[in-house]
Design a protein around this ligand. Structure first.
Ligand SMILES: [Zn+2]
Length: 336
């Protein structure tokens, strides 16, 4: 299940034991074959629309000259590095340039003098990445986001220091020394379905204020402390749409690095079709048959016709799976 979902199937060995060994990490940081991605405030560095990876042996694509190789070496020593894992024993790092002022970043890029080298927003560049690259860069983005939020100790306010290649932040206050670990925020996301006494099954989709007009997606919400995932589904559906849910079944999950969530997807069976919308969250919501969804446009299409969520989202996967299931049931009925 879900093996093809965007951001899933991170291919690297996370080497979570080895990365605790500072000597090993130092050797990898200085190894000629280690590879480096470059990140700046939600964007990654691309060359000719391909994600750019640097190693000291020269570019993997053999595009760098001596001058720009030394520029990359310099920038690596001056900025924060996070260890991502290994690929056949080759270490992979991400270099976070986010502290650089945009003017300085522009100057640095000009100095490199590589035509078509630029930083591109991660979310808007998914079409330039394959499944594995998307998963690695999603993981890197979520880690960097967490590090930024953990620069100071949540316990005493002291400055923290990155350890284990950036996977642990330790308070530098000697009387505290509290350790902080990367956090992931669980979000339940559910396709609510209802089977009327007669006629085809319907599913509940909503226009959310936080996404563009006319895009209809599934309901979703953060899990509260002290709440099971099933309880979160039942609560969220009731709070957002006023619908009682009878049963909940897990379908799939997806890391979602905007900024650091884990989307946990369910089908939920509604007990009725009456709606009472939470207007702060939802612009509108309606029940749709699978046949109606077939006529929806795609995210990003022009015009006022209703649209489906982005293809890379688990919301879209839930809708597609549900439609497939309904249409195959219809086909079976017609076949008989
Ligand atoms: Zn502290």
């Amino acid at each position: 299940m879900g093996t093809e979902l965007t951001f899933c199937r991170m291919p690297l060995d996370r080497a979570s034991t080895l990365r605790k060994n500072q000597q090993w990490l130092d050797e990898k940081l200085n190894a000629n074959d280690s590879r480096f991605y470059f990140y700046w405030r939600g964007k990654y560095l691309y060359l000719d629309e391909k994600i750019f990876v640097f190693n000291r042996e020269g570019s993997i694509d053999k595009l760098l000259n001596v001058l720009n190789t030394s520029e990359f070496n310099k920038i690596i020593t001056e900025n924060a590095l996070t260890f991502l894992g290994t690929d056949n024993n080759v270490a992979i790092f991400v270099c976070d340039l986010s502290l650089m002022h945009d003017v300085d970043l522009k100057k640095w890029l000009e100095k490199l003098d590589l035509i078509n080298m630029k930083f591109i927003d991660f979310r808007n560049s998914l079409s330039l990445l394959n499944q594995q690259q998307g998963a690695i860069l999603s993981y890197a983005k979520a880690l960097i986001h967490w590090q930024r939020s953990a620069n100071f100790c949540g316990s005493c306010g002291g400055k923290t220091k990155a350890m284990d290649g950036g996977h642990r932040m330790v308070c530098t206050n000697d009387s505290c020394q509290k350790e902080h670990f990367p956090r992931t925020d669980p979000v339940v996301i559910m396709l609510v379905e209802y089977q009327p006494k007669s006629g085809p099954a319907v599913c509940l989709l909503a226009e959310h204020h936080r996404i563009p007009d006319k895009v209809f997606s599934t309901l979703a919400g953060f899990v509260d402390p002290g709440e099971s995932l099933q309880e979160a589904v039942i609560r969220e559906v009731y709070e957002e749409a006023g619908v009682d849910v009878a049963s909940v079944s897990f379908i799939d999950s997806q890391p979602w690095p905007f900024p650091n969530s884990l989307m946990i997807g369910f089908f939920a069976q509604a007990q009725g079709m009456d709606l009472c919308l939470e207007e702060e969250e939802l612009r509108s919501a309606s029940w749709f048959t699978a046949q109606q969804l077939l006529d929806f446009n795609e995210w990003g299409d022009e015009g006022d016709a209703p649209k489906l969520p982005r293809k890379e989202s688990i919301s879209r996967l839930l809708i597609d799976l549900w439609c497939e299931k309904q249409l195959s049931v219809t086909a079976d009925v017609i076949g008989k």
